[in-house]
Design a protein around this ligand. Structure first.
Ligand code: GRG
Length: 297
């Protein structure tokens, strides 16, 4: 179904657009104090896959919107995502040396600056999102609250807290689902929803996008867990095998690799099904769901 869609072309143009916009939105590397702006840009332009902004732009397109209208929101979610990675890599969290194929932020700039670079990226996200004028069905306040909700202590942070507290413990598949919903699916789902909102989507479209984003987000984390045990650090651009070393519960550790793959496929099937009401106008989202299932990094 999605074979006719030029996904590589879509991803190349969305990544180029997002990189150009992020460069424009962020203070220059030389802006004083230069250290913090260099550190923010170091992680932001380290070569992330830009999947969240691409999902945002694809959702906007599915609802008849334009990349220009969705771009500030696409950039805002990428800033939040990058902040979470910078903080997640800190010695007090996952203590990682590599991310996006490069040394982690604290390895290059020191822990203090890395904490501040994460803080600044999170704040930057709201400064960028604040540039949106809002849309008739989604006033400015709704957009900001959507972003804050996904990044806050009930979602992204909640997932990280549960993840930290679960280390070394035997947890159930239901508890693992709770963590994945928050630490991964919430921001992916928010990216898709914000794309729809930037196109002033209908309530029915927003429900469909939410359903899609939720399932794609869960599948994303199951695949991430699988890649952690099946790929090399070079391929992933981050330390492979971290989950078992940290005694973290993952789908492969709880249900095995084969069943994990089946779960990711089923979640992707549900994501696809959520798009049926778009009657072929959501080709980019469909192609992305398939790509995220088959990805190797
Ligand atoms: C707020 C400290 C703090 C942490 C938040 C989400 C999170 C908790 C930390 C990030 C680490 C992590 C494993 C998150 C799960 C989501 C995930 C699989 C991130 C990796 O996303 P990719 O593969 O990364 O899209 P790139 O580098 O390509 O952007």
């Amino acid at each position: 179904m999605s074979q006719a869609f030029d996904l590589q072309g879509f991803l190349a143009s969305s990544t180029a657009g997002v990189n150009e916009a992020l460069d424009r939105f962020l203070p220059a590397a030389a802006a004083r104090p230069a250290t913090i702006h260099k550190a923010m840009r170091y992680s932001l332009f380290a070569g992330g896959k830009r999947m969240r902004p691409a999902l945002c732009l694809a959702a906007a397109g599915a609802c008849g919107g334009t990349p220009a209208e969705a771009m500030p929101l696409a950039c805002a979610v990428e800033c939040i995502h990058t902040y979470s990675l910078v903080h997640d890599d800190l010695p007090a969290m996952d203590n990682d040396d590599y991310r996006r194929g490069k040394l982690t932020n604290h390895k290059v700039f020191g822990e203090g600056v890395a904490v501040l670079a994460g803080d600044a990226l999170l704040t930057q996200a709201f400064e960028i999102a604040a540039r949106c004028k809002g849309w008739p069905r989604y006033p400015h306040q709704r957009i900001i609250s959507e972003l804050a909700g996904a990044a806050g202590s009930l979602q992204l942070i909640a997932g990280q807290v549960a993840d930290l507290e679960g280390e070394g413990k035997k947890i159930s598949a239901a508890q693992l689902r709770y963590i994945h919903e928050r630490k991964t699916s919430a921001l992916l789902c928010c990216s898709v929803r914000l794309g729809g909102m930037s196109a002033n989507c209908t309530a029915a479209q927003l429900r469909a996008l939410t359903n899609f984003g939720y399932h794609v987000g869960l599948a994303f984390q199951v695949i991430d867990d699988i890649l952690d045990v099946t790929q090399t650090s070079e391929q992933l651009g981050k330390t492979a095998g971290k989950d078992s070393k940290a005694h973290k519960a993952t789908y492969p550790s709880i249900v095995g690799l084969a069943k994990s793959r089946r779960i990711a496929e089923e979640l992707t099937r549900r994501a696809f099904a959520a798009l049926s009401s778009f009657h072929g106008r959501a080709r980019a989202l469909e192609a992305m769901a398939e790509y995220l299932l088959r990805r190797d990094r």
